[in-house]
Structures are given as C-alpha cells and as structure tokens.
Design a binder for this molecule. Structure first.
Ligand code: NAD
Length: 298
C-alpha cells in the first residue's frame, strides 16, 4: 500500500512559516494585504471567498473582497485593477473566477501587476517560469511540486507524465517539473494511448477533471501519484462526494506515494496562495526600499 502524502499536515507547516513572516511585515507597519476582486458573484463564490478570508485571517493576512456588479464593463474592472496596482498598501491582487460571460479572464489578469499577482496567472509570470526565473508561480502547480518533493523522490531525470494541459494547471505543472530537470510528458484529450504514457512514468500527475480516469492499469508499481482533480460525484447512497481523477482504491496498493482527495493537493494549493501573498509583500517591500536583492525564486 502506497504511503499517503499528507497534504493537510504539509500545508499546516507552510502556514506556520508564513504566519511568522507575515507578523514581521505587520511589525514593520506594512501588513500583507490581499484584495480579491469578484465580478457578479454567486452563493458558491461568496462561500469560497469567505473561506479565503478566514484562511488569510488565520495567518494574519489582511483580506478584502471587492465586489463589482455583474454588468461591470471590461474597462471598469480594468480600472479597479489599475487602482489596486498603484495602491502602495495593497500587496496582492486576485480575480475570482468564473467571470460573467462578457468578460475575458485572461485579458483582465494581464492587467494585474506581475509583482502583485498572487495567483501567478499574469503572462509575465508564466514567462518567468519558462525562463527559469520564477517570480510568482501558479499556486496549484507549485503545490504539486512541494508534494512531490515531500516524498524525497528525486525529480532530476525522473519520467513524469502530466495528464491535463490546461493553462492554469497542467501546463504550468509541466513547466515547473521541467525546471526541476524531470523528463515530462503532457497528455490531454487528444492523446491516443494514455496508458502508454502513464505506465512508464515514475510520477503521474492527474489534472484532467475526470473522476477515476487513472486506474491501476495506468500506473506502474512504485510510482508516485499526485491527484489534482476535484470532482463532485454522487455516492452510492445518493449523497454528493468529492473525488479526484485517480481511482484511489485500485491505484494506492501499487503506488509508492499517493495524494488523497480530499486532503492532498487542495490544502497545499491554499497554503501556496498564502505563500505567494507573502512573496508579493516581500517584492513590494524590496521595491519600496529599493533593494537590489535577487528577485527570482531559484
Ligand atoms: P480543464 O478542464 O481546464 O483542463 C482539463 C485538461 O485535461 C485539458 O487539457 C484536457 O485536454 C485534459 N483531459 C480531459 N479529459 C481527458 C482525458 N480523458 N484524457 C486525457 N486528458 C484529458 O481543467 P483544469 O482547470 O486544468 O482542472 C483540472 C482538474 O483539477 C479539475 O478537476 C479541477 O477541479 C482540479 N483543480 C484542482 C485544484 C486543487 O487545488 N486541487 C486547483 C485547480 C484545479
């Protein structure tokens, strides 16, 4: 039976470290301050934002949810972002998704100052990852790297297959893995023979959003399996439950290490958002005092 990677415990450790550093910022009179912009919103989005506010409060990060009307035009949202970019008290900005249909998320994210971009979604930040000079990495991708590193498995030279090639999850994960000198294969909906690629991998990262896609037939013995998927499905008793992209019961006996869902990538992703918020505050501070410190993460 594979060892379960404890995302909750690892996330807790990160949060404690972040909390200490956040206190230092507050003591210097420059609290870490994250502003989340929500356009329109929904009951589920409001619950998510409240959870985010609570998580930030737990580590001492000031959090404000800035709500704009559902009909807000692109220019209005852009102006709001621009104001936040120029507000010296705001250290981090994020844009809640999904946006109403008339707005384009990528275009708006493009306007977030890369140094305040806690989600690491501005094209400049993706570009920095490509150049191996990560400033702020997309946090789900970062969470996967941290979870793999926690196993102690060597990434250099490892065969890694990433299932899923989305802009915010699969592709950034593949980029960060490449930066760690892994040999990376990216699979997606058009991949002809998924098993061919996953079965030869030392590490499988499943990020397709398809419940139970990865079964025992897809994984070689001793592989590390990271399950990014969060899928709501009906259980046999008719209740709703959250499952990943990996068929945990059949894959766990084969794997050397495996993340559970829930309790794996999810909590670590939240911890990485907090870490990125701290990172943005560090960058703001360096800018304010004109520090010439090395700004890349590596
Ligand atoms: P997406 O729908 O944008 O992208 C899915 C990707 O998977 C695409 O590249 C698609 O081609 C590929 N794919 C779909 N079906 C496939 C199949 N049968 N075989 C191979 N590839 C297939 O989804 P996303 O935003 O990248 O999210 C992926 C999953 O990760 C979702 O379940 C999402 O909820 C979850 N997620 C989890 C976290 C977290 O913190 N754990 C964060 C973000 C997303």
């Amino acid at each position: 039976m594979g060892q379960i990677i404890d995302g909750v415990g690892l996330a807790q450790k990160v949060k404690q470290e972040v909390k200490l550093r956040v206190q230092e910022h507050r003591q210097r009179g420059k609290p870490v301050y994250l502003v989340a912009v929500m356009v329109g919103g929904s009951p589920a989005g409001e619950i998510f934002a409240q959870r985010q506010a609570d998580t930030c409060a737990a580590v001492g990060i000031d959090y404000q949810l800035l709500k704009l009307g559902r009909e807000s035009a692109h220019e209005e949202v852009q102006q709001t972002i621009s104001k936040l970019n120029h507000d010296p008290t705001v250290s981090g900005i994020m844009l809640h998704l999904p946006l109403p249909g008339h707005l384009n998320a990528t275009e708006l994210q493009y306007h977030i100052d890369p140094e305040k971009d806690v989600e690491g979604v501005n094209p400049a930040n993706i570009g920095h990852v490509v150049y191996g000079k990560t400033l702020i990495a997309p946090f789900t991708a970062q969470a996967c790297i941290e979870l793999i590193k926690a196993t102690g498995v060597e990434l250099r030279g490892a065969e890694v297959t990433v299932v899923g090639a989305s802009q915010i999850v699969g592709r950034p994960i593949a980029l960060l893995l490449t930066e760690q000198m892994a040999t990376v294969t990216i699979c997606h909906i058009a991949t002809r023979d998924l098993k061919l690629h996953t079965r030869r991998a030392d590490i499988v990262v499943a990020a397709a959003g398809v419940p139970g896609l990865i079964t025992a037939q897809h994984v070689k013995s001793g592989a590390v399996v990271i399950d990014v998927g969060i899928n709501r499905v009906k259980a046999a008793d008719g209740t709703n439950k959250t499952v990943g992209d990996v068929d945990f019961d059949s894959v766990a006996p084969l794997a050397s290490f495996i993340t559970p869902v829930p309790g794996g990538v999810g909590p670590m992703t939240v911890a990485m958002l907090l870490q990125n918020s701290l990172r943005c505050a560090d960058l703001l501070q360096a800018k304010t005092i004109g520090s010439g410190a090395d700004r890349s993460l590596e």
